[in-house]
Design a protein around this ligand. Structure first.
Ligand SMILES: Cc1ncc(COP(=O)(O)O)c(C=O)c1O
Length: 401
């Protein structure tokens, strides 16, 4: 008999789509894949060479569980200089990607049955990670009129005596919305009053097209104390396969995370840590160039979306996604169970474009497009979306007469 927890976990929709895309590609189909949240850039050369040097120096033995000292020192400098958050190195735990840092944090602060609040739309893995640790995901309905951002007032309605943690993603995946300082203060004050931890997932922090990014932990010392900041190198430094992320939290939580990580994985691969160290110390310009390119793409994709009738979208101020509202098409589209899943399946089958159904993020009227790819790809994909959408609208008009 296998564990009961398996029956409650849904396999990752985005990974499922990637497998389908590979299957179709193997059959010779030319697929435009806008489903994956992965930069199309390579790791900056300077970061790579720091990793290679570490191998040549035989830095390959077991090391500190929480990560090599020089990397944690650099992370502290970064958090202080860029985020206005003062942490000491024993408050940082480096892990195998942000996913691992989040799971570590959930293991360290939740007990079975504790409730974890997830403002909708939420990143696909939060709900499943929560279930894996035997806590309970509680989705929060947010308002489209507020770009699906959480407010203190809304948050208050979902708090029970079992609420342990709020997960706040800023900038958001899938909407690209960015919280302003006063919005964060409003939310964090509710958490403070109710003894709720905040897991602030700031992995897209660098990919932010406004200059108003604020880290939750910078708001006050009290707020910093209840906040676990999560960050990583996958998105900002195009290091998805290197698997490197980290958490910054108060000493007690960091000690707990350290104890858990020590038994599960010891520490992330040393070469990954050196590559991350190289990215932090030598690759600021490369990262800025990537962000400039994403911004240019954001401008292009939104201008193009503005020309497509019958769709709306949340204007993205960060990350590299657009969350597209297909409510007007939903009524006209013939589907059985999930509109967004069946819409995306048909779009892939008939138009050779892979995008992610909104249901994966908890909202079925929407789809998510990633623009972390060449302009030609997403512009061509949007032409096909335009044709698909207008065909749906027209075929229904004909049926109506
Ligand atoms: C909001 C968010 N957090 C965390 C992650 C995971 O990052 P990593 O690849 O470092 O595990 C992702 C990846 O898509 C993400 O979108």
């Amino acid at each position: 008999m296998l564990s009961n927890r398996l029956s409650s976990i849904t396999p990752s929709v985005t990974i499922g789509i990637s497998s389908k895309v590979n299957e179709l590609k193997n059959l010779g189909r030319d697929i435009i894949n806008l489903s994956i949240g992965e930069p199309d850039f390579n790791i900056p050369e300077k970061a790579k060479s720091v990793g290679i040097d570490s191998l040549n120096k035989n830095e390959t033995k077991y090391n500190l569980v929480s990560g090599i000292k020089i990397l944690r020192e650099e992370i502290c400098k970064k958090l202080s200089n860029e985020n206005n958050c003062i942490y000491s190195i024993d408050e940082i735990v480096v892990s195998n990607g942000a996913k691992h840092a989040i799971t570590n944090a959930l293991l360290a602060v939740t007990n079975p049955g504790d409730e974890v609040l997830l403002p909708k739309p939420y990143w696909v893995s939060y709900s499943e990670m929560t279930k894996i640790v035997n806590a309970v995901p509680v989705p929060i309905e947010t308002e489209k009129s507020n770009d699906f951002k959480l407010t203190g007032e809304l948050l208050e309605k979902y708090i029970t005596n079992k609420t342990k943690l709020l997960i706040l993603t800023n900038p958001s995946n899938p909407t690209g919305a960015v919280y302003k300082k006063d919005e964060l203060i409003d939310i964090a004050n509710v958490c403070l009053r109710n003894n709720i931890y905040i897991l602030a997932d700031e992995i897209y922090e660098k990919i932010c097209y406004t200059d108003n990014f604020v880290s939750v932990a910078s708001l006050s010392n009290e707020i910093k104390d209840i906040t676990i900041t999560i960050n990583g190198f996958a998105k900002s430094a195009a290091m998805t396969g290197v698997r490197l992320g980290y958490s910054a939290s108060n000493k007690k939580i960091a000690k707990g995370i350290n104890a858990i990580q020590g038994h599960l994985v010891s520490h992330p691969s040393l070469i990954s840590q050196y590559i991350g160290y190289g990215a932090l110390t030598q690759c600021g310009d490369d990262i800025n160039n990537m962000v400039r390119t994403y911004k240019h793409r954001r401008d292009l994709i939104t201008s193009k979306l503005d020309t497509i009738p019958n769709i709306e979208y949340v204007y993205p101020e960060g990350a590299f996604y657009v969350f597209i509202d297909l409510s007007k098409i939903k009524d006209k589209f013939d589907y059985k169970e999930s509109f967004s899943i069946e819409f995306c399946e048909k779009f892939l089958e008939e138009y050779n474009v892979a995008i992610v159904p909104g249901l994966a993020f908890g909202i079925d009227n929407y789809v998510r497009i990633s623009y972390a790819c060449k302009e030609d790809y997403f512009l061509e994909a949007l032409d096909r979306l335009n044709v698909f959408v207008s065909n749906i609208m027209q075929s229904n008009t004909i049926n109506n007469y």
